[in-house]
Design a protein around this ligand. Sequence first.
Ligand code: SF4
Length: 467
Amino acid sequence: MTCPLPVRSWLTPGRWTRSSTRSRTSAWPPLRYSTKISTRLSLTACVRWAPTFKEERLMATPAKHALLSASAAHRWLKCTAAPTYEMQFPPKTSEYAEEGTLAHSICELYARKKFTVMSTRKFNSELKKLQEHPLYKPEMLTTAESYVLYLYGVCMRYEGMPHVNMEVRVDLSDYVPQGFGTCDCIIIGGDTLHITDYKHGQGVVVEAEGNPQMMLYALGALKRYTPVFGDKIKRVSMAIVQPRVTQDVKECEMTVDELLAWGENVVKPAAQKAFNGEGEFCAGAHCKFCRGRDVCPARAKLNTALEDFKDCITPDKAQNPLDPAARKVLGLPPVLTDAEVGDLLTRGANLVEWYEGLRSYALQAILDGKEIPGYKVVEGRSVRAFRDTDAALQKLMDSGFDKAVIYDYEPKTLAQLEKIVGAKRFAELLGDQIVKPKGKATLTDEKDPRAAYSSAVVDFAGVVQDG
Ligand code: SF4
Protein backbone atom coordinates (compact mmCIF):
# COMPACT_ATOMS: atom_id res chain seq x y z
CA MET A 1 0.00 0.00 0.00
CA THR A 2 1.29 3.48 -0.81
CA CYS A 3 2.11 5.69 2.11
CA PRO A 4 -0.08 8.85 1.88
CA LEU A 5 2.63 10.98 3.48
CA PRO A 6 5.72 11.88 1.47
CA VAL A 7 8.67 9.74 2.49
CA ARG A 8 10.68 12.84 3.37
CA SER A 9 8.29 13.58 6.21
CA TRP A 10 9.96 10.82 8.12
CA LEU A 11 13.50 11.24 6.80
CA THR A 12 14.37 14.91 6.82
CA PRO A 13 14.04 16.32 10.32
CA GLY A 14 16.70 18.87 9.32
CA ARG A 15 13.97 20.74 7.50
CA TRP A 16 12.34 21.64 10.81
CA THR A 17 15.46 23.47 11.97
CA ARG A 18 15.90 25.33 8.70
CA SER A 19 12.28 26.36 8.48
CA SER A 20 12.37 27.53 12.08
CA THR A 21 15.13 29.98 11.20
CA ARG A 22 13.26 31.13 8.13
CA SER A 23 10.08 31.75 10.03
CA ARG A 24 11.84 34.29 12.23
CA THR A 25 13.01 36.26 9.23
CA SER A 26 9.83 35.91 7.20
CA ALA A 27 7.51 38.73 6.24
CA TRP A 28 4.77 37.02 8.19
CA PRO A 29 2.27 39.65 9.34
CA PRO A 30 2.47 40.28 13.09
CA LEU A 31 -0.05 38.21 15.02
CA ARG A 32 -1.08 38.57 18.61
CA TYR A 33 -0.45 35.15 20.14
CA SER A 34 -1.40 34.32 23.68
CA THR A 35 1.51 34.29 26.11
CA LYS A 36 1.22 30.53 26.32
CA ILE A 37 1.76 30.16 22.60
CA SER A 38 4.43 32.80 22.16
CA THR A 39 6.67 31.28 24.81
CA ARG A 40 6.73 27.93 23.04
CA LEU A 41 8.94 26.89 20.17
CA SER A 42 8.14 28.22 16.73
CA LEU A 43 5.56 25.84 15.37
CA THR A 44 7.34 25.51 12.06
CA ALA A 45 10.11 23.86 14.01
CA CYS A 46 7.91 21.21 15.55
CA VAL A 47 5.45 20.34 12.81
CA ARG A 48 6.32 17.44 10.58
CA TRP A 49 6.77 18.14 6.94
CA ALA A 50 3.58 18.18 4.91
CA PRO A 51 3.17 17.61 1.16
CA THR A 52 4.11 20.62 -0.90
CA PHE A 53 1.52 22.94 -2.38
CA LYS A 54 2.15 21.65 -5.87
CA GLU A 55 1.77 18.01 -4.90
CA GLU A 56 -1.46 18.58 -2.99
CA ARG A 57 -2.90 20.91 -5.63
CA LEU A 58 -2.36 18.28 -8.27
CA MET A 59 -3.98 15.66 -6.10
CA ALA A 60 -6.83 18.02 -5.30
CA THR A 61 -7.84 18.65 -8.89
CA PRO A 62 -11.02 16.63 -9.42
CA ALA A 63 -11.45 14.93 -12.78
CA LYS A 64 -15.14 15.84 -12.79
CA HIS A 65 -17.90 16.90 -10.45
CA ALA A 66 -19.31 14.10 -8.33
CA LEU A 67 -23.06 13.62 -8.44
CA LEU A 68 -23.11 13.53 -4.65
CA SER A 69 -20.87 16.33 -3.47
CA ALA A 70 -19.83 16.54 0.16
CA SER A 71 -20.88 20.19 0.35
CA ALA A 72 -24.44 19.21 -0.62
CA ALA A 73 -24.58 16.22 1.74
CA HIS A 74 -26.87 18.07 4.16
CA ARG A 75 -29.37 18.14 1.27
CA TRP A 76 -29.08 14.70 -0.33
CA LEU A 77 -29.01 12.93 3.04
CA LYS A 78 -32.51 14.33 3.64
CA CYS A 79 -33.85 14.60 0.09
CA THR A 80 -32.35 11.63 -1.72
CA ALA A 81 -34.09 12.64 -4.98
CA ALA A 82 -32.33 16.03 -5.11
CA PRO A 83 -29.06 15.10 -6.93
CA THR A 84 -30.83 13.55 -9.93
CA TYR A 85 -33.51 16.25 -9.96
CA GLU A 86 -30.91 19.05 -9.86
CA MET A 87 -29.09 17.71 -12.93
CA GLN A 88 -31.60 19.47 -15.22
CA PHE A 89 -30.57 22.89 -13.85
CA PRO A 90 -27.20 24.20 -14.99
CA PRO A 91 -24.84 24.99 -12.13
CA LYS A 92 -24.48 28.72 -11.53
CA THR A 93 -21.36 30.39 -10.29
CA SER A 94 -21.83 33.56 -8.32
CA GLU A 95 -19.44 36.36 -7.52
CA TYR A 96 -19.65 35.27 -3.88
CA ALA A 97 -18.42 31.79 -4.83
CA GLU A 98 -15.50 33.25 -6.81
CA GLU A 99 -14.67 35.56 -3.94
CA GLY A 100 -14.69 32.54 -1.60
CA THR A 101 -12.30 30.64 -3.87
CA LEU A 102 -9.90 33.58 -3.91
CA ALA A 103 -10.09 33.94 -0.10
CA HIS A 104 -9.36 30.20 0.21
CA SER A 105 -6.28 30.55 -1.99
CA ILE A 106 -4.99 33.36 0.22
CA CYS A 107 -5.64 31.29 3.35
CA GLU A 108 -3.78 28.39 1.80
CA LEU A 109 -0.84 30.58 0.88
CA TYR A 110 -0.63 31.97 4.42
CA ALA A 111 -0.83 28.45 5.84
CA ARG A 112 1.92 27.22 3.51
CA LYS A 113 4.09 30.13 4.58
CA LYS A 114 3.53 29.23 8.22
CA PHE A 115 3.79 25.47 8.11
CA THR A 116 6.10 24.66 5.20
CA VAL A 117 9.36 25.97 3.81
CA MET A 118 8.58 28.96 1.63
CA SER A 119 10.81 31.93 0.96
CA THR A 120 9.48 35.41 1.66
CA ARG A 121 10.12 36.26 -1.96
CA LYS A 122 7.96 33.41 -3.21
CA PHE A 123 5.26 34.23 -0.69
CA ASN A 124 5.18 37.88 -1.73
CA SER A 125 5.14 37.10 -5.42
CA GLU A 126 2.27 34.59 -5.04
CA LEU A 127 0.35 36.98 -2.84
CA LYS A 128 0.83 39.78 -5.35
CA LYS A 129 -0.67 37.61 -8.09
CA LEU A 130 -3.70 36.85 -5.92
CA GLN A 131 -4.09 40.53 -5.03
CA GLU A 132 -4.38 41.39 -8.71
CA HIS A 133 -7.66 39.47 -8.90
CA PRO A 134 -10.57 41.91 -9.43
CA LEU A 135 -12.44 40.44 -6.45
CA TYR A 136 -9.52 40.86 -4.05
CA LYS A 137 -10.26 42.79 -0.83
CA PRO A 138 -7.72 43.73 1.89
CA GLU A 139 -10.03 42.04 4.42
CA MET A 140 -8.91 38.69 2.94
CA LEU A 141 -5.49 39.13 4.53
CA THR A 142 -7.04 39.59 7.96
CA THR A 143 -9.28 36.55 7.59
CA ALA A 144 -6.31 34.46 6.40
CA GLU A 145 -4.38 35.56 9.50
CA SER A 146 -7.28 34.46 11.73
CA TYR A 147 -7.37 31.11 9.94
CA VAL A 148 -3.67 30.43 10.36
CA LEU A 149 -3.68 31.68 13.94
CA TYR A 150 -6.39 29.15 14.72
CA LEU A 151 -4.43 26.31 13.06
CA TYR A 152 -1.37 27.32 15.05
CA GLY A 153 -3.39 27.17 18.27
CA VAL A 154 -4.70 23.70 17.41
CA CYS A 155 -1.15 22.44 16.82
CA MET A 156 -0.15 23.75 20.22
CA ARG A 157 -2.79 21.57 21.88
CA TYR A 158 -0.90 18.42 20.89
CA GLU A 159 1.69 16.94 23.20
CA GLY A 160 4.04 15.92 20.40
CA MET A 161 4.67 17.07 16.84
CA PRO A 162 1.47 16.95 14.82
CA HIS A 163 1.38 16.37 11.07
CA VAL A 164 -0.13 19.33 9.24
CA ASN A 165 -1.46 18.90 5.72
CA MET A 166 -3.16 21.54 3.62
CA GLU A 167 -5.61 21.10 0.76
CA VAL A 168 -5.85 17.34 1.11
CA ARG A 169 -7.85 15.42 -1.45
CA VAL A 170 -9.84 12.67 0.25
CA ASP A 171 -11.60 9.69 -1.26
CA LEU A 172 -15.17 9.19 0.00
CA SER A 173 -16.09 6.36 -2.35
CA ASP A 174 -16.32 3.76 0.44
CA TYR A 175 -19.50 5.55 1.50
CA VAL A 176 -20.53 7.80 -1.40
CA PRO A 177 -20.30 6.47 -4.98
CA GLN A 178 -17.62 8.45 -6.85
CA GLY A 179 -17.37 10.75 -3.84
CA PHE A 180 -14.33 12.88 -3.11
CA GLY A 181 -13.57 16.10 -1.31
CA THR A 182 -10.79 18.50 -0.41
CA CYS A 183 -10.05 19.28 3.23
CA ASP A 184 -8.62 22.74 3.88
CA CYS A 185 -6.37 21.47 6.66
CA ILE A 186 -5.83 18.16 8.44
CA ILE A 187 -3.77 17.98 11.63
CA ILE A 188 -2.94 14.59 13.13
CA GLY A 189 -1.20 13.85 16.39
CA GLY A 190 -1.63 11.58 19.42
CA ASP A 191 -5.01 9.89 19.12
CA THR A 192 -6.77 12.81 17.40
CA LEU A 193 -7.35 13.76 13.80
CA HIS A 194 -8.43 17.38 13.45
CA ILE A 195 -10.08 18.81 10.34
CA THR A 196 -10.53 22.52 9.73
CA ASP A 197 -12.72 24.08 7.08
CA TYR A 198 -12.54 27.78 6.23
CA LYS A 199 -15.78 29.51 5.25
CA HIS A 200 -15.63 32.95 3.71
CA GLY A 201 -19.38 33.52 3.33
CA GLN A 202 -21.36 35.67 5.72
CA GLY A 203 -24.90 34.83 4.67
CA VAL A 204 -25.27 31.54 6.53
CA VAL A 205 -23.68 30.72 9.86
CA VAL A 206 -22.14 27.25 9.52
CA GLU A 207 -22.11 24.95 12.53
CA ALA A 208 -19.52 22.22 13.10
CA GLU A 209 -21.84 20.09 15.22
CA GLY A 210 -23.56 17.46 13.08
CA ASN A 211 -22.10 18.97 9.88
CA PRO A 212 -22.25 16.12 7.31
CA GLN A 213 -19.68 17.76 4.98
CA MET A 214 -17.10 17.77 7.76
CA MET A 215 -18.03 14.26 8.87
CA LEU A 216 -17.63 12.98 5.31
CA TYR A 217 -14.23 14.68 5.06
CA ALA A 218 -13.30 13.02 8.35
CA LEU A 219 -14.25 9.60 6.93
CA GLY A 220 -12.10 10.31 3.88
CA ALA A 221 -9.21 11.50 6.03
CA LEU A 222 -9.40 8.35 8.16
CA LYS A 223 -9.22 6.24 5.02
CA ARG A 224 -6.21 8.18 3.84
CA TYR A 225 -4.23 8.18 7.07
CA THR A 226 -5.19 4.87 8.71
CA PRO A 227 -2.55 2.96 6.67
CA VAL A 228 0.09 5.15 8.38
CA PHE A 229 -1.35 5.66 11.86
CA GLY A 230 -3.18 2.33 12.20
CA ASP A 231 -5.74 2.30 15.00
CA LYS A 232 -3.92 5.01 16.95
CA ILE A 233 -6.52 7.56 15.86
CA LYS A 234 -9.42 7.27 18.27
CA ARG A 235 -11.02 10.70 18.06
CA VAL A 236 -11.95 13.09 15.31
CA SER A 237 -12.42 16.79 15.90
CA MET A 238 -13.87 19.16 13.32
CA ALA A 239 -13.79 22.93 13.16
CA ILE A 240 -15.35 25.69 11.08
CA VAL A 241 -13.44 28.96 10.85
CA GLN A 242 -15.79 31.69 9.63
CA PRO A 243 -14.00 34.89 10.66
CA ARG A 244 -16.29 37.30 8.82
CA VAL A 245 -19.18 36.11 10.97
CA THR A 246 -17.54 35.38 14.31
CA GLN A 247 -14.11 35.07 15.86
CA ASP A 248 -15.37 32.05 17.81
CA VAL A 249 -14.38 28.95 15.91
CA LYS A 250 -17.11 26.30 15.93
CA GLU A 251 -15.72 22.92 16.99
CA CYS A 252 -17.09 19.49 17.72
CA GLU A 253 -15.63 16.11 18.44
CA MET A 254 -16.67 12.49 18.09
CA THR A 255 -15.08 9.08 18.43
CA VAL A 256 -13.88 7.21 15.37
CA ASP A 257 -16.39 4.43 16.17
CA GLU A 258 -19.29 6.90 16.18
CA LEU A 259 -18.13 8.37 12.88
CA LEU A 260 -17.74 4.97 11.20
CA ALA A 261 -21.20 3.91 12.43
CA TRP A 262 -22.71 7.10 10.94
CA GLY A 263 -20.96 6.38 7.64
CA GLU A 264 -22.27 2.81 7.50
CA ASN A 265 -25.80 3.32 8.81
CA VAL A 266 -26.74 6.79 7.61
CA VAL A 267 -24.55 7.79 4.66
CA LYS A 268 -24.19 4.52 2.75
CA PRO A 269 -27.90 3.69 2.32
CA ALA A 270 -28.91 7.30 1.48
CA ALA A 271 -26.00 7.77 -0.94
CA GLN A 272 -26.79 4.51 -2.77
CA LYS A 273 -30.43 5.52 -3.19
CA ALA A 274 -29.52 9.02 -4.37
CA PHE A 275 -26.83 7.78 -6.76
CA ASN A 276 -29.09 5.16 -8.33
CA GLY A 277 -31.83 7.73 -8.94
CA GLU A 278 -34.16 5.91 -6.57
CA GLY A 279 -34.40 8.70 -4.03
CA GLU A 280 -37.44 10.34 -2.48
CA PHE A 281 -38.28 14.03 -2.36
CA CYS A 282 -38.34 15.59 1.06
CA ALA A 283 -38.65 19.38 1.35
CA GLY A 284 -37.41 21.43 4.26
CA ALA A 285 -34.80 23.96 5.34
CA HIS A 286 -32.18 22.03 3.32
CA CYS A 287 -33.88 23.21 0.07
CA LYS A 288 -32.26 26.65 0.49
CA PHE A 289 -29.43 26.10 -2.01
CA CYS A 290 -31.01 23.43 -4.21
CA ARG A 291 -30.68 24.52 -7.86
CA GLY A 292 -34.27 23.56 -8.65
CA ARG A 293 -35.88 24.93 -5.49
CA ASP A 294 -38.07 27.58 -7.18
CA VAL A 295 -39.92 25.09 -9.35
CA CYS A 296 -39.71 21.99 -7.18
CA PRO A 297 -43.19 20.45 -6.79
CA ALA A 298 -42.29 18.84 -3.44
CA ARG A 299 -41.30 22.21 -2.01
CA ALA A 300 -44.39 23.83 -3.48
CA LYS A 301 -46.51 21.11 -1.90
CA LEU A 302 -44.98 21.73 1.50
CA ASN A 303 -45.49 25.47 1.28
CA THR A 304 -48.98 25.38 -0.17
CA ALA A 305 -50.24 22.95 2.41
CA LEU A 306 -51.57 25.92 4.34
CA GLU A 307 -54.20 23.70 5.85
CA ASP A 308 -51.37 22.06 7.75
CA PHE A 309 -51.00 25.28 9.69
CA LYS A 310 -54.00 24.37 11.72
CA ASP A 311 -52.34 21.13 12.83
CA CYS A 312 -48.87 22.47 13.26
CA ILE A 313 -48.89 23.25 16.93
CA THR A 314 -50.42 20.26 18.65
CA PRO A 315 -51.00 17.75 15.86
CA ASP A 316 -51.63 14.95 18.36
CA LYS A 317 -54.79 16.59 19.67
CA ALA A 318 -58.09 15.82 18.01
CA GLN A 319 -59.26 19.40 18.42
CA ASN A 320 -57.78 22.14 16.25
CA PRO A 321 -55.84 24.44 18.60
CA LEU A 322 -56.36 27.40 16.24
CA ASP A 323 -60.13 27.04 16.49
CA PRO A 324 -61.27 29.64 19.06
CA ALA A 325 -64.01 27.35 20.39
CA ALA A 326 -61.62 24.43 20.82
CA ARG A 327 -59.01 26.40 22.76
CA LYS A 328 -61.09 26.32 25.95
CA VAL A 329 -61.47 22.56 25.76
CA LEU A 330 -57.72 22.21 25.20
CA GLY A 331 -56.98 24.51 28.14
CA LEU A 332 -55.35 27.12 25.88
CA PRO A 333 -55.77 30.89 26.38
CA PRO A 334 -58.05 32.78 23.94
CA VAL A 335 -55.01 34.42 22.29
CA LEU A 336 -52.01 32.66 20.72
CA THR A 337 -49.39 31.64 23.26
CA ASP A 338 -45.82 32.90 22.78
CA ALA A 339 -44.79 29.33 21.92
CA GLU A 340 -47.43 29.23 19.18
CA VAL A 341 -46.25 32.61 17.84
CA GLY A 342 -42.64 31.31 17.66
CA ASP A 343 -43.75 28.20 15.78
CA LEU A 344 -45.92 30.15 13.32
CA LEU A 345 -43.12 32.68 12.69
CA THR A 346 -40.75 29.87 11.70
CA ARG A 347 -43.30 28.35 9.34
CA GLY A 348 -44.18 31.75 7.89
CA ALA A 349 -40.49 32.51 7.20
CA ASN A 350 -40.15 29.39 5.05
CA LEU A 351 -43.32 30.33 3.21
CA VAL A 352 -42.10 33.88 2.48
CA GLU A 353 -38.72 32.61 1.26
CA TRP A 354 -40.38 30.08 -1.04
CA TYR A 355 -42.82 32.70 -2.40
CA GLU A 356 -40.01 35.21 -3.10
CA GLY A 357 -38.08 32.50 -4.99
CA LEU A 358 -41.16 31.72 -7.05
CA ARG A 359 -41.59 35.43 -7.92
CA SER A 360 -37.99 35.82 -9.03
CA TYR A 361 -38.26 32.67 -11.16
CA ALA A 362 -41.45 34.02 -12.83
CA LEU A 363 -39.83 37.43 -13.50
CA GLN A 364 -36.85 35.83 -15.22
CA ALA A 365 -39.07 33.39 -17.13
CA ILE A 366 -41.16 36.24 -18.60
CA LEU A 367 -38.02 38.25 -19.44
CA ASP A 368 -36.77 35.13 -21.23
CA GLY A 369 -39.92 35.14 -23.38
CA LYS A 370 -42.00 32.56 -21.50
CA GLU A 371 -45.55 33.05 -20.32
CA ILE A 372 -46.67 32.78 -16.74
CA PRO A 373 -50.50 32.88 -16.82
CA GLY A 374 -51.94 35.82 -14.88
CA TYR A 375 -48.65 37.71 -14.70
CA LYS A 376 -46.71 40.25 -16.74
CA VAL A 377 -43.57 42.30 -16.22
CA VAL A 378 -43.83 46.10 -16.02
CA GLU A 379 -41.33 48.89 -15.48
CA GLY A 380 -40.83 49.62 -11.81
CA ARG A 381 -40.81 53.06 -10.23
CA SER A 382 -37.90 55.23 -11.34
CA VAL A 383 -36.64 58.57 -10.07
CA ARG A 384 -36.13 61.57 -12.39
CA ALA A 385 -32.57 62.83 -12.69
CA PHE A 386 -30.68 65.59 -14.55
CA ARG A 387 -28.86 64.45 -17.65
CA ASP A 388 -25.97 66.74 -16.62
CA THR A 389 -26.40 68.00 -13.05
CA ASP A 390 -23.72 70.72 -13.22
CA ALA A 391 -25.09 72.14 -16.48
CA ALA A 392 -28.67 72.11 -15.16
CA LEU A 393 -27.78 73.91 -11.93
CA GLN A 394 -25.66 76.44 -13.80
CA LYS A 395 -28.65 77.21 -15.98
CA LEU A 396 -30.73 77.92 -12.86
CA MET A 397 -28.07 80.28 -11.50
CA ASP A 398 -27.81 82.00 -14.88
CA SER A 399 -31.55 82.56 -14.66
CA GLY A 400 -31.10 84.50 -11.41
CA PHE A 401 -31.53 81.83 -8.70
CA ASP A 402 -29.14 82.22 -5.81
CA LYS A 403 -26.51 79.49 -5.30
CA ALA A 404 -27.45 79.25 -1.58
CA VAL A 405 -31.00 78.32 -2.59
CA ILE A 406 -29.83 75.67 -5.02
CA TYR A 407 -27.11 73.95 -2.96
CA ASP A 408 -27.28 72.43 0.51
CA TYR A 409 -24.06 72.76 2.47
CA GLU A 410 -23.52 69.40 4.19
CA PRO A 411 -20.48 67.87 5.91
CA LYS A 412 -19.08 64.53 4.78
CA THR A 413 -20.26 61.45 6.71
CA LEU A 414 -18.33 60.07 9.69
CA ALA A 415 -17.14 57.08 7.64
CA GLN A 416 -15.96 59.30 4.76
CA LEU A 417 -14.05 61.59 7.13
CA GLU A 418 -12.46 58.61 8.90
CA LYS A 419 -11.22 57.35 5.54
CA ILE A 420 -9.73 60.76 4.70
CA VAL A 421 -8.11 61.34 8.11
CA GLY A 422 -7.03 57.73 8.75
CA ALA A 423 -8.51 55.50 11.46
CA LYS A 424 -5.78 56.10 14.06
CA ARG A 425 -5.61 59.89 13.76
CA PHE A 426 -9.40 60.04 13.54
CA ALA A 427 -9.72 58.14 16.84
CA GLU A 428 -7.14 60.44 18.50
CA LEU A 429 -8.85 63.60 17.32
CA LEU A 430 -12.49 62.67 17.57
CA GLY A 431 -12.71 59.52 19.70
CA ASP A 432 -14.51 61.39 22.49
CA GLN A 433 -16.94 62.99 20.04
CA ILE A 434 -18.38 59.74 18.73
CA VAL A 435 -21.54 58.17 20.06
CA LYS A 436 -23.10 54.98 18.81
CA PRO A 437 -26.86 55.02 19.32
CA LYS A 438 -28.64 51.77 20.02
CA GLY A 439 -29.72 50.06 16.80
CA LYS A 440 -33.40 49.58 16.02
CA ALA A 441 -34.83 46.44 17.62
CA THR A 442 -34.96 43.76 14.92
CA LEU A 443 -36.55 40.35 15.17
CA THR A 444 -34.34 37.50 13.99
CA ASP A 445 -34.02 33.80 14.70
CA GLU A 446 -32.08 32.60 17.72
CA LYS A 447 -29.14 31.31 15.64
CA ASP A 448 -28.16 34.89 14.68
CA PRO A 449 -24.65 35.43 16.15
CA ARG A 450 -25.40 39.00 17.31
CA ALA A 451 -25.96 39.55 21.05
CA ALA A 452 -29.62 39.70 22.09
CA TYR A 453 -31.14 43.19 22.23
CA SER A 454 -31.27 44.63 25.68
CA SER A 455 -34.43 46.63 26.26
CA ALA A 456 -35.38 48.37 29.50
CA VAL A 457 -37.95 45.66 30.18
CA VAL A 458 -35.30 42.94 29.81
CA ASP A 459 -32.75 44.96 31.82
CA PHE A 460 -35.12 45.25 34.76
CA ALA A 461 -36.67 41.80 34.50
CA GLY A 462 -36.65 40.10 37.87
CA VAL A 463 -36.22 43.37 39.83
CA VAL A 464 -38.87 43.46 42.56
CA GLN A 465 -40.45 46.83 43.17
CA ASP A 466 -40.04 48.17 46.70
CA GLY A 467 -43.04 49.06 48.86
S1 SF4 B 1 -36.10 21.80 -3.56
FE1 SF4 B 1 -35.97 20.56 -1.73
S2 SF4 B 1 -37.46 18.92 -2.03
FE2 SF4 B 1 -37.05 19.81 -4.03
S3 SF4 B 1 -35.40 18.55 -4.85
FE3 SF4 B 1 -34.45 20.33 -3.89
S4 SF4 B 1 -33.98 19.59 -1.83
FE4 SF4 B 1 -35.46 18.15 -2.67
